[in-house]
Design a protein around this ligand. Structure first.
Ligand code: HEM
Length: 202
């Protein structure tokens, strides 16, 4: 019985990391990238997102609740699960460890990011280009955001690799090798999109 519950939790944790949280991550980075087109372009993109009907409901169902579950169960896995490293090769061993380390960095980054943006908006702050320009007027914040962003894109991309194994999509060594290259491309593309958006405010 306890084994079944553990299995279900693992499956939900894995699924939520990609759908909906991973998909939201991609949409969020693409919307931010509109900042490279200038102030008006970014404000329009943000305005469109904010005009979606039932926004707060969508946010809770598609972002906060699945992310909270993934993060809390992720912490449990990161600090309690046995490291099954003897079965893995040298490279996968490192990726396994980095998945857990990056998860903790993402959690710290997200706590700050959500507090300083979404929660401030709930208290009446207007989210627009000038707001983010002000955040990035502090060079420490640029550094903090770059570390948080890279940890997040790494965690998501490397997570996609283990997601494919967990769900039986890549079973043979060859398909897992190909998946390693595919997720490397995902990591580089998302990181470039994210870093470009950060520097668009500087
Ligand atoms: C933007 C936020 C996040 C995204 C997009 C994300 C995505 C993912 C994905 C796709 C996986 C792979 C699932 C699988 O292996 O089947 C994963 C695994 C994992 N995540 Fe996250 N995650 C996020 C935040 C977090 C946070 C805040 C933590 C907290 C520590 C965390 C901890 C973990 C852990 C420990 C694993 C490895 C699970 C395992 O190997 O069994 N994640 N994540």
């Amino acid at each position: 019985m306890a084994g079944n519950r553990e299995f279900l939790n693992r499956r939900l944790h894995s699924l939520f990391g990609v759908v909906p949280v991973g998909i939201f991550l991609i949409v969020h980075l693409v919307v931010n990238h509109f900042a490279t087109g200038g102030e008006e372009s970014f404000n329009k993109a943000v305005g469109f997102m904010e005009s979606l009907p039932f926004l707060i409901f969508l946010e809770f169902i598609l972002i906060y609740l699945p992310l909270l579950f993934h993060a809390i169960y992720g912490l449990y896995i990161a600090f309690t699960a046995k490291n099954n490293t003897s079965k893995l090769g040298y490279f996968r061993n490192w990726m396994f460890l980095l998945q857990r380390v990056s998860g903790v960095i993402v959690l710290i980054f997200l706590a700050w990011h959500v507090y300083s943006t979404r929660i401030q908006m709930a208290f009446g702050e207007e989210m627009n280009y000038s707001f983010m320009e002000n955040v990035f007027s502090n060079p420490w914040m640029i550094g903090f955001y770059i570390v948080g962003l890279i940890a997040t894109t790494f965690h998501f991309s490397n997570g996609l690799w283990s997601f494919c194994v967990s769900w039986g999509i890549t079973q043979s060594p060859r398909s897992q090798q190909i998946a390693s290259y595919v997720v490397l491309v995902v990591f580089v593309v998302l990181s470039v999109i994210g870093v470009r958006a950060i520097f668009a405010f500087v």
